[in-house]
Design a protein around this ligand. Structure first.
Ligand SMILES: NCc1[nH]cc(CCC(=O)O)c1CC(=O)O
Length: 342
């Protein structure tokens, strides 16, 4: 039985818990600890339009799952160092942790209860005491091609200029089209679309998931096939981070968690963790799930696309972490000792 918000708030302390049956996303029932929301649930997020859209989606799912009103939540916008660096690629400025550090500090200080992230931007190692404790059902993982000049990447004129600051996209573009010039391209999604419109570049590649979450899919010219364009690890998956010892928040998140997305992310992040030594290496990795089977594909490239190594592995979803890790080790072997170093 689930109580409703104003009743719950009356006379119940936030530490009171009760075992109840939750209705899962596919109609499955499972036992959990009912979240007795007598305090505000504080959701930490970055302030970009995409980050806010993801925080709002998370809040909506929590409201629906627990029959809570919007007022039960506070969205706490946190500026991260990554948001302040606009002049150079993030891989040079210090990598992925730049988008999470200040948010994680807020969580460890108890200023927020959970944080909503693009899994793609999350480091593989999180601070002690914190974890990615829930994943929303994953969006379309593909990269989108956007251009007023051509329908697809292959149809772009010789010597065209493509804007992208992602090492992976740069290398994959050069692999397919060595004649194309790839230029640095940062800023939020709206800024990038404006630069494209103004003709500063002939085309750009962006995650389809992000464009969809912002309702900007009408700008998409075509979608890239995952065979050529293996997505980044975690692309399209919203991950929720919380304190591992915060049972109340874990119970709150349980009914909005998607198990298949977790399996896929477990494999992909385990793969990345093995190869992560250098964040200067273009890496793609994608796991898919069918029933209790998981299929994983991984790829590393030289930044100029001149060399590529690929791996694929299959197994049971319950072995997701092992499959990803094993694929990473095997790919490292394939590429040889000098590949990741230089
Ligand atoms: N690196 C920025 C970033 N982080 C997550 C997304 C898109 C949303 C997602 O992959 O979940 C984007 C933009 C992009 O790559 O186009």
């Amino acid at each position: 039985m689930l109580l409703h918000w104003p009743l719950q708030a009356k006379g119940l302390s936030s530490t009171e818990q009760k075992v109840v049956t939750f209705l899962g996303p596919s109609g499955s029932e499972f036992l959990g600890i009912e979240f007795l929301a007598s305090k505000l649930i504080r959701i930490g997020t970055r302030g970009s339009a995409l980050a806010l859209a993801q925080a709002h989606e998370t809040r909506s799912r929590l409201m629906a799952a627990h029959d809570l009103p919007e007022e039960a939540f506070e969205i706490v916008v946190i500026k991260t160092s990554g948001d302040q660096i606009q002049d150079r690629p993030l891989s040079e400025a210090g990598g992925k942790g730049l988008f999470t550090k200040e948010i994680e500090e807020a969580m460890l200080d108890g200023r927020i209860d959970l944080a909503v992230h693009s899994s793609k931007d999350m480091p593989t190692v999180l601070p002690d005491g914190l974890g990615l404790t829930a994943f929303l059902p994953r969006e379309d993982v593909r990269d989108a091609f956007l251009s007023p000049k051509a329908r697809t990447l292959t149809e772009l004129p010789h010597g065209a200029v493509v804007g992208s600051s992602s090492l992976r996209r740069q290398a994959m573009i050069k692999r397919l089209r060595p004649d194309i010039e790839v230029v640095m391209y940062r800023g939020n999604l709206q800024t990038r679309l404006k630069k494209l419109e103004e003709g500063q570049v002939d085309a750009t590649l962006l995650a389809y998931a992000g464009l969809r979450r912002l309702g900007l899919e009408e700008h998409v010219t075509s979608l890239l096939d995952t065979d050529d364009f293996l997505p980044a690890v975690g692309q399209g998956a919203i991950g929720i981070e919380s304190r591992l010892d915060d049972a109340e928040t874990l119970a709150l998140l349980a009914p909005i968690h998607d198990a298949d997305t977790q399996f896929r992310l477990d494999a992909e992040r385990a793969f990345l963790a093995v190869l992560d030594g250098s964040c200067r290496t273009p890496i793609g990795g994608l796991a898919t799930v069918e029933g209790d089977k998981l299929h994983f594909r991984g790829k590393i490239l030289k930044p100029d696309g001149s060399e590529v190594h690929e791996i694929s592995r299959e197994g049971f979803t319950s072995d997701a972490l092992l499959i990803g890790r094993e694929a990473g080790l095997a790919l490292k072997d394939l590429a040889g000792p000098n590949f990741l170093a230089g």
